[in-house]
Write a protein that binds this ligand. Sequence first.
Ligand SMILES: Cn1ncc2ncnc(NCCc3cnc(NC(=O)Nc4cccc(C(F)(F)F)c4)s3)c21
Length: 273
Amino acid sequence: KSDSPKREWSLNDFEIGKPLGKGKFGRVYVAREVKSKYVVALKVLFKKQIKKYKIHHQLKREMEIQTSLRHPNILRLYGWFHDDERIVLILEYAHGGELYGLLRENTHLSEKQTATYILSLAQALAYCHEKHVIHRDIKPENLLLDHEGRLKIADFGWSVQSSSKRRTMCGTLDYLAPEMVENRAHDYAVDNWTLGILCYEFLYGTPPFEAESQRDTFKRITNIDLSFPSSPQVSAESKHLITQLLVKDSSKRLSLQKIMEHPWIMKNADPSG
Ligand SMILES: Cn1ncc2ncnc(NCCc3cnc(NC(=O)Nc4cccc(C(F)(F)F)c4)s3)c21
C-alpha cells in the first residue's frame, strides 16, 4: 500500500462491506479495494461533525502520527481521502475485531493470554515513546486483534507528540491516571499506568477502580484504592506487576523496559505476540 503512487482515493475504489462499529464521530466498515482486492477498514468521519467539534487539528495530528508509525502491534493508517461531506481513513483491517469482545465472551483471560497482550502493548508503547508519541487513550475498545489473534493498538485520535507536559483532559474514566484525573501535567507514564489497569482487567474481567459514579471512580483512582478479589485465582507475580504500575507517583511506575523483563511476563508471555 505504502509504495503505490500517492493518488487520490475515492469511495468508488472500494466495495463497502459490513459495518464494524460506530464511534462518536463516525462509522467503520470493512471494505475491499476493487483493483487489488485488498481488504481494509474504512472509518468515515463527517466534515460537519469535525467542524462542529473543532477537532480537525486532532485529526491532522493523528494522520501525521499514524503515518509515521510502523509496528506489528499498531494498526496501520494507510492513508485517507475526502469528498464534500466526508473524510475517510483507510485503515488496516483487524479480522479479530475488538479485544473487548473477547473479554466479554470469556469474562476474564488466562495469565498466558494476559501476559502476551501486556508484552505486545509494552513493546508497541516503547516504540511510540521512542517517537515521542503518548497514546493517552489505551482502553479495550481501542485494542483490536488481527487474524492470528495478535494485538493491534488503534485510534490515535487522542494521541499527542509529547514535546512538553500535556494538560488537556481526555480518555475515559476507568483508565485515567491520577495525574490526569487531578488535571496535573502528565507525560508518557500515563500509558504505563494504563497497562496496570488493563492487566488487572484482563485477569479479573473488570477494571480495578470501577465504581457506581464517576466521582467514586475518581476517588478510587486518586486514593489508589486497589484490592484483588479472591476469585479468579491469580498468581502473586501478576499482582506484583499490577501493584508496581498502579503507583500514584508517575516517576515510580515500572518502566516499559522493566515490564518486558518482569519475571511474570518472561514466564507467561508468548514472544511471537
Ligand atoms: C472495530 N473494528 N473491527 C475490526 C477493525 N479493523 C480496523 N479498524 C476497526 N475500527 C477502527 C479503529 C480505528 C483506528 N483508527 C481510528 N482513528 C479514529 O477513529 N480517529 C478519529 C476519530 C474521530 C475523531 C478524530 C479526531 F478528529 F478527533 F482526531 C479522530 S479508529 C475495526
